[in-house]
Design a protein around this ligand. Structure first.
Ligand code: B12
Ligand code: SF4
Length: 451
C-alpha cells in the first residue's frame, strides 16, 4: 500500500479556492488500477473535527460555492521573511491530528508526498519529518510542482529519499525497483487520456465541490508562466471521460460545484469540452462550474459565452494581464485590449453579471511601471469587470526567470520562499512594495462601473 500525503500550506494567507490535490487523486487511481492499495491523508482538509475544535486553531469557515477558509495556526516566520509586516500561518489540520491519522494507518510500503507552490516547501518538509517519526524505515518520495521546479533544493532540504521529476511513464519501473511489485497497468501511466478517473472517494465527503481536469498543457509561452515546463505536451480528454468525471463528482462527493484546473480550458475544445457543455445545457445535470484559473480571452466568442452561461458557469476569470497592447505583445500576445472588450461584451450579452466576472492583471513584472498597472485597472473597471491584481511571483524555469533574478534584491535562486507572490521579491526603486499595496487597494476600491 502506498500512503499519499497532501502537505500543509505555510504562508501568510491561503484560501481554499477550490484547491484539491488533483495530482495525488490521479496517482491513487493509477495505483489502484495497477493492483496497489492507496490511502490519502489530506493536511488541507477544512472539516477535520479534531482540528476545528482545538483551542490553538483558528477554525476553518465555509464560503460560497464550496470554497472556504482553512483552519490555521500562527507559527514563527521563516528567517527570509523576517521584517515582512505580515503574520505567518500553518494552514490545514493540527499536527497532532496528522500524527493520529498516521498512527491509525497500517504501515505503508511507501509514502508519496505531493507539492504545489515552490514557496510552500516548509509544509512539505514538516510533513516528511513527522512521517519519519512514525514510519522511520518507509521510503518517502516527493513529487509535484515544487519538486519539478526546484529539484536540487528539494533533494537537499525536503528530507525525502527520492525527488521525482520524471514523467509518470517511468514511475511503474521505479516502483518495481523499490518494492518488487509491478503495476499491471504500466502503459497507462505515461498517457493522460488513459488515466483512470481521479480517486475522489479519498477526499472527505464534506468537500462540497469537485475538481475537474479536461486537458494538459497550453499552446502559449508567456514568459512568466511555468505551464510549458510542467506540461510540455497538449492532451485533451474526450466527451465520455469528462462526463464521467462530472458524474462521479456528483455521486461520490454530492458535488454541485465543479472547478476546472486546466491551463487552457477553451482552446482546442471543440471536440472535447463543447459537446459536454452542450449536453449539460440541454439535458442537465444542473451544476455550477468555476474557473479560478483564467480563461483565454481569445476563445470567448459569442457562441462560447452563450454555452458557458447555459451550462452553468458561475465564476469566470479572464487572463488579461495588461491592457497595454505593446506590453501584451512583448509577453507572448495571448490577448489584446480590443479582443478583451469584445469578450466582455459577449459575456454580458450571454447573461453573466459583473459579480460573476473578474480579470487578472499581473503586477510588478520586470520592466513594468506602476502606472501601467493603474491604467489597466482603470481599463478593466471601465469595461464593467472587477480587476484582480495578481502580484508577479518569479518562477524557476520560466523565460523571465533570469531577468527576475537579476532584478530582485533577494536571492530568489537559492531561496524558494522568495517566490511567494505576497512577498513580492521583485520590488525595486521604481516599483516598490508600497506601490504594489497601493495598486491592490486601487483595484479593490470601487465597484465595477463606478470608477
Ligand atoms: C489549478 C492551479 C491552481 C488552483 C489550485 C491548485 C491547488 N491544487 O492547490 C488555484 C486557482 C487556486 C491556483 C492559485 C494560484 N496559483 Co496555481 N496553478 C494551478 C495549475 C494550473 C494546475 C495544478 C494542478 O493541479 N495540476 C494538475 C495535476 C494533475 O498535476 P500535478 O499536481 O503537477 O501532479 C502531477 C505530477 O506533478 C505528479 N506528481 C504530483 N505529486 C507527486 C508525488 C509523487 C510521489 C509522484 C511520483 C508524482 C507526483 O503526478 C501528477 C500527475 O502527473 C498550475 C499550473 C500547472 N500546469 O501545473 C498552477 C501553478 C501551480 N500556480 C501558480 C501560481 C503562481 C498561483 C498563484 C500564486 C497565482 C496568483 N498570483 O494568485 C495562486 C496562489 C494560490 C494560493 N496562494 O493559494 C504557479 C506556481 C508558482 C510556484 N512558484 O510554484 C503555477 C505553476 C502556474 C504558473 N504561473 O506557472 N492555482
Ligand atoms: S496562456 Fe496562461 S497557461 Fe498559457 S502560458 Fe500563458 S499564462 Fe501560462
Amino acid at each position: 500500500m502506498i500512503l499519499l500525503i497532501n502537505p500543509w500550506v505555510h504562508d501568510f494567507a491561503a484560501f481554499d479556492l477550490w484547491a484539491k490535490p488533483m495530482g495525488l487523486l490521479f496517482l491513487a487511481s493509477l495505483l489502484r488500477e495497477g493492483g496497489c492499495g492507496a490511502a490519502l491523508i489530506d493536511c488541507l482538509d477544512r472539516h477535520d473535527s479534531f482540528t476545528n475544535c482545538h483551542p490553538e486553531v483558528m477554525a476553518g469557515r465555509d464560503k460560497k460555492f464550496g470554497t472556504g477558509k482553512y483552519p490555521r495556526m500562527r507559527i514563527a516566520k521563516p528567517e527570509p521573511y523576517a521584517g515582512f509586516p505580515r503574520h505567518f500561518h500553518r494552514h490545514g489540520i493540527h499536527p497532532e491530528s496528522f500524527r493520529r491519522k498516521l498512527a491509525e494507518i497500517d504501515k505503508p510500503d511507501m509514502v508519496w508526498i505531493t507539492s504545489v507552490m515552490t514557496y510552500w516547501y516548509p509544509g512539505v518538509s514538516e510533513a516528511i519529518r513527522m512521517v519519519r517519526e512514525v514510519f522511520p524505515e518507509v521510503p518517502v518520495w516527493l513529487g509535484g510542482i515544487y519538486a519539478r521546479l526546484c529539484p536540487s533544493h528539494a533533494q537537499r532540504l525536503s528530507g525525502a529519499d527520492r525527488v521525482i521529476t520524471e514523467n509518470l511513464a517511468g514511475i511503474p519501473q521505479m516502483i518495481r525497483e523499490q518494492t518488487g511489485f509491478s503495476p499491471s497497468n504500466e502503459s497507462a501511466w505515461g498517457d493522460f487520456c488513459s488515466w483512470p478517473l481521479p480517486a475522489l472517494d479519498l477526499l472527505e465527503p464534506a468537500a462540497g465541490y469537485a475538481p475537474l481536469l479536461t486537458g494538459l498543457g497550453c499552446p502559449y509561452r508567456c514568459p512568466y508562466c511555468a505551464s510549458a515546463t510542467l506540461q510540455p505536451e497538449r492532451q485533451r480528454l474526450g466527451f465520455q471521460r469528462i462526463m464521467e468525471q462530472i458524474r462521479r463528482g456528483q455521486e461520490i462527493l454530492g458535488a454541485s460545484d465543479f472547478a476546472f484546473y486546466d491551463d487552457a480550458l477553451l482552446l482546442e475544445a471543440e471536440q472535447s469540452l463543447r459537446p459536454v457543455l452542450e449536453k449539460i445545457a440541454r439535458d442537465g445535470p444542473k451544476v455550477s462550474f468555476h474557473v479560478p484559473n483564467a480563461l483565454h480571452v481569445r476563445a470567448l466568442s459569442r457562441d462560447w459565452c452563450d454555452l458557458l452561461y447555459a451550462s452553468g458557469f458561475r465564476t469566470i476569470r479572464l487572463g488579461l494581464e495588461t491592457a497595454l497592447d505593446g506590453r501584451s505583445r512583448q509577453w507572448g500576445g495571448k490577448v489584446h485590449s480590443e479582443m478583451y472588450l469584445e469578450a466582455v461584451e459577449n459575456l454580458f450579452a450571454a447573461g453573466f453579471s459583473k459579480d460573476d466576472l473578474g480579470a487578472y492583471l499581473i503586477c510588478g513584472l520586470p520592466g513594468q511601471a506602476p502606472e501601467e498597472v493603474a491604467r489597466s485597472i482603470g481599463f478593466v473597471r471601465q469595461s464593467g469587470v472587477r480587476p484582480l491584481v495578481a502580484e508577479f511571483s518569479p518562477i524557476p524555469g520560466t523565460l523571465m526567470w533570469n531577468q527576475a533574478a537579476a532584478l530582485s534584491p533577494f536571492d530568489i535562486e537559492a531561496e524558494p520562499l522568495y517566490h511567494n507572490n505576497t512577498f513580492f521579491a521583485c520590488r525595486r526603486p521604481d516599483f516598490t512594495y508600497t506601490d504594489l499595496v497601493a495598486l491592490k487597494r486601487l483595484a479593490a476600491k470601487t465597484n465595477p462601473g463606478e470608477g
